[in-house]
Ligand binder design. Structure first.
Ligand code: AMP
Length: 405
């Protein structure tokens, strides 16, 4: 990685502001944290800073409070959970204080009072409109709290906000946290120097959401496997009648051009060859396995890939040395149509030799649902950010970090 990492810095006794992603799901009434995965994921960076005697200041957003304070979106419930998780993993109790505002006199005073190996969590950054508008005045106020800035919130790196981009203009050193560094390394390796064969698996609902990813990947991969709802716009573009399956009529031409581009580039673009059809879009629909490139029965829709497609895709996955997966192969939220996605998750996890990157909320939950998360090399924490990385875009939060010399 060409960017400065927290591991390159002298943190001793310094005020280190770490942008974390504590955007955790909360219970609507009790405000109890329902899932603390995001807090756990950034613990290695926090612990690293504490071990190196930093004064740790944590900043995050939570939900969409529209630029003003709203108790519904307070980060206060995170304090106890963070303390508990730190106690568990470090084995000693760490002082975690809370600042009711992320900038201003109170925050400044609390940051100044911090001693080394203590933690201060700031209130929700988005209680100020300057966060999302990347207001330089607000960014400067954040910067005044610290000596060093560390970004560990990969999931927010595709947004140029005050806490991800603006702040870097007002501090001397901006470094990647350990989680951020891992994301950049894995995604960077896959996209810039992949071992071959490089196989990308794309699924999910719409062609329109992923067309830029497809275009960029066609310049990189050897094989592109397309499943899920978006496959049906491609099959339609090839002339197959696909009944009531999801088709974006306005994207048929784009799909046709994509197929031609794949051919020009020598990329093998594979589409499903059999399908699990349903008579209605419902968990208890009647189903029918359909093979071949003939017309689907007019009233039926494809909600999952069939076993021949699973076998075809799995063979490619087995041979791959680099795998990128984004998007489910079917409507996996309904058990009747989850099989294709689960089997692809399994095939991906069984290839231990490949560098594998799974990104996007749905494919990440599929990997967990299949119970194989442990054996996958890299599960990206940033849905939108990983998609933009795959699109070949520069992420403002990454670009803003200090270059290593
Ligand atoms: P995305 O957010 O674009 O990755 O799309 C994920 C969604 O695509 C999931 O909610 C799936 O249920 C849906 N999906 C996958 N395959 C199909 C399909 N064949 N027909 C309709 N929706 C699908």
């Amino acid at each position: 990685m060409s960017k400065l990492s927290i591991r390159d810095l002298d943190l001793n006794n310094k005020r280190v502001l770490i942008r974390v992603d504590f955007n955790v799901p909360l219970h609507a009434e009790t405000r109890e944290i329902l899932d603390h995965t995001r807090i756990k994921e950034t613990l290695p960076t926090i612990e690293y800073a504490l071990r190196h005697h930093a004064k740790v200041i944590l900043a995050s957003h939570l939900g969409r409070p529209q630029g003003k304070p709203d108790p519904k979106y307070s980060l206060r419930p995170v304090v106890d959970r963070l303390r508990m998780l730190l106690d568990q993993s470090i084995g000693e109790s760490i002082n975690v204080a809370f600042s009711p505002d992320c900038v201003g006199d109170v925050a400044l005073e609390l940051a100044d009072q911090l001693e080394s190996r203590q933690v201060l969590l700031l209130e929700n950054l988005r209680f100020h409109p300057g966060e999302e508008s990347n207001d330089p005045g607000f960014a400067k106020q954040l910067a005044q709290l610290c000596d060093i800035y560390v970004d560990d919130a990969f999931g927010s790196a595709h947004r140029a906000h005050a806490s991800t981009e603006g702040i870097t203009h007002f501090v001397k050193q901006s470094a990647a946290g350990l989680l951020m560094e891992k994301e950049i390394n894995f995604l960077g390796k896959a996209m810039h120097s992949p071992e071959r064969p490089f196989v990308a698996i794309l699924g999910g609902a719409k062609v329109s959401d992923k067309i830029q990813v497809i275009n960029n990947l066609l310049n990189k991969v050897d094989v592109l496997l397309i499943g899920g709802g978006m496959a049906y716009t491609f099959l339609k573009a090839k002339g197959q009648e696909v009944g009531k399956s999801l088709v974006e009529d306005s994207k048929i031409e784009v799909a046709r051009e994509t197929l031609a581009k794949a051919e020009r580039k020598g990329v093998r673009l594979l589409l499903p060859v059999d399908h699990l059809l349903a008579d209605i879009f419902a968990p208890d629909a009647r189903t029918l396995l359909f093979r071949g490139d003939g017309p689907f029965p007019a009233e039926w829709m494809a909600l999952d890939i069939g076993p021949e497609t699973v076998a075809l895709f799995s063979r490619e996955i087995e041979d791959a040395r680099t795998i990128v997966w984004n998007g489910p192969m079917g409507v996996f939220e309904m058990p009747a149509f989850a099989d294709g996605t689960m089997k692809i998750a399994l095939a991906v996890s069984e290839n231990a030799a490949a560098l594998t990157v799974v990104g996007g909320g749905d494919s990440v939950s599929a990997i967990h649902q299949a119970g194989v998360a442990e054996s996958v090399k890299h599960i990206s924490t940033g849905g939108g950010a990983s998609l933009e990385f795959l699109e070949g875009k520069t992420l403002p939060g990454v670009a803003a970090l200090t270059e290593k010399h």
